[in-house]
Design a protein around this ligand. Structure first.
Ligand code: ADP
Length: 403
């Protein structure tokens, strides 16, 4: 008798890229990982790494997501991990926008596809890519369950007081305008791992999660359930990010239209692509910004201070939302690696029980770890995120349940 299939392929399809990982859920092992980028451009690039083997790279024509997934399948096949393998249990897809309806990972059928499509107006860049990934995977393995794991799902537990904007209710509802939040897979995973690090059950722990990558968001998690998050209708709201402005007076937009003569599309590009750290100082990579700050560069210093000021405001706000905070967890590229960001974000918050230990904070490490002093009232933790593992775990749990 053949063993029960236990592998999950995770696909994260962006507008011009596909990231993937193949995992074996029996032991939680990663078997292969890779990335196709610049899809649809003159020369796309694929990088494939079988675990324990040499990475392979090539550049060439990859006109669309269909071609990208076929190229991924061909690379996996070279390592004996092809999509035709009977050991593959399911394909898990990251889907950015699940609206109000998708509160959990969901096996894809025609109705689910139609609903993801219906949400395109609120996620015009992201949902079409997710759909393309699902459709191609379905064509390659029509017999396999395809599971959609939504970036918004973890945030659907937010109370109306946090999820609604204070605008006319009829107008908001007619256009499905509300705060949905994103990076949910990461906030879910990191809040749970933080509880584990504290040796407590997630239900007993209140955590502020700071997901600081190129995109960045904060969330307030009470007993394992999200009660507030900083991104809103789209990922533009909240923290200062690599290229996004985060919070600002919405009247800036009317001003740019009326006085600056800019179109809606131009302002969209300005606020999403040319603002945040890159707009403030010309760089969005925190490593480069810190190098410039250390060299005495004034613009970089101001950009860093604006970034930290906003972060600190969210820590304070979510402290008030939660009432009692057990831990503040830093994650993603900046949160996991940039000790100066962690130090500056909690500087002066001793009154709230928050502090970092200089030595612990400076040590680089791979796993989840505490960086607060041993006697701190609130733990400050670095908790590496693993969105692919979380998508695979949720996908596998669902197909196991339905088996
Ligand atoms: P995303 O998934 O949003 O693209 P990541 O979570 O991979 O982003 O984070 C990318 C960012 O992490 C980079 O833009 C860079 O600013 C930051 N980063 C990565 N390594 C370091 C480091 N050693 N020190 C400071 N920042 C870092």
């Amino acid at each position: 008798m053949s063993p029960t299939p236990s592998r999950v392929l995770v696909l994260n399809s962006g507008s011009s890229s596909v990231k993937y990982q193949l995992l074996d859920m029996r032991g939680g092992d990663r078997l292969a990982a890779g990335l196709v980028e610049r899809i649809g451009e003159k020369s796309a690039r694929l990088k494939h790494t079988p675990v324990g083997g040499e990475s392979r790279e090539w550049s060439g024509s990859v006109p669309d997501h269909d071609a990208a997934l076929k190229a991924v399948a061909a690379e996996l096949a070279k390592d004996g991990l092809g999509l035709d393998s009977p050991e593959l249990a399911a394909i898990g897809h990251r889907v950015v926008h699940g609206g109000k309806r998708f509160t959990e990972p969901t096996v894809v059928d025609d109705a689910v596809l139609a609903e993801i499509e219906r949400l395109i107006p609120v996620a015009p860049l992201h949902n079409p890519a997710g759909l393309a990934g699902i459709r191609t995977a379905q064509a390659l393995r029509p017999d396999l369950p395809q599971v959609a794991v939504f970036d918004t799902a973890f945030h659907t537990t937010m109370p109306e007081s946090a999820a609604r904007y204070a605008i006319d209710v009829e107008t908001a509802d007619a256009h499905r305008i509300r705060r949905y939040g994103f990076h949910g897979t990461s906030h879910a995973y990191v809040s749970r791992e933080t509880a584990k690090l504290l040796g407590r059950a997630p239900e007993d722990v209140n955590v502020i999660v700071l997901h600081l990558g190129n995109g960045a968001s904060a969330s307030a998690v009470r007993g394992g359930r999200c009660v507030d998050t900083s991104m809103g209708l789209t990922p533009l709201e909240g923290l200062v990010m690599g290229t996004r402005s985060g919070d600002m007076d919405p009247a800036v937009i009317f001003h740019l239209m009326r006085v600056g003569g800019m179109s809606a599309d131009e302002i969209d590009t300005l606020l999403n692509k040319r603002s945040g750290l890159i707009g403030l100082c010309g760089d969005n990579d925190m490593r480069e910004i810190r190098r410039r700050v250390d060299a005495g560069d004034e613009r970089a210093r101001l950009a860093f201070e604006i970034y930290i000021h906003r972060l600190k405001k969210y820590i304070g706000a979510y402290y008030a939302v939660l009432g009692r905070v057990d831990a503040v967890a830093f994650t993603a590229g900046v949160g996991e690696n940039a000790a100066p960001v962690r130090e500056a974000a909690v500087a002066g918050l001793e009154g709230l029980g928050l502090a970092v230990d200089g030595e612990l904070n400076a040590v680089r490490g791979d796993g989840a770890r505490l960086v607060s002093p041993a006697d701190a009232r609130v733990a400050v933790a670095v908790v590496p995120t693993d969105e692919e593992m979380e998508i695979a775990t949720q996908t596998y749990a669902l197909v196991e349940k339905e088996r």
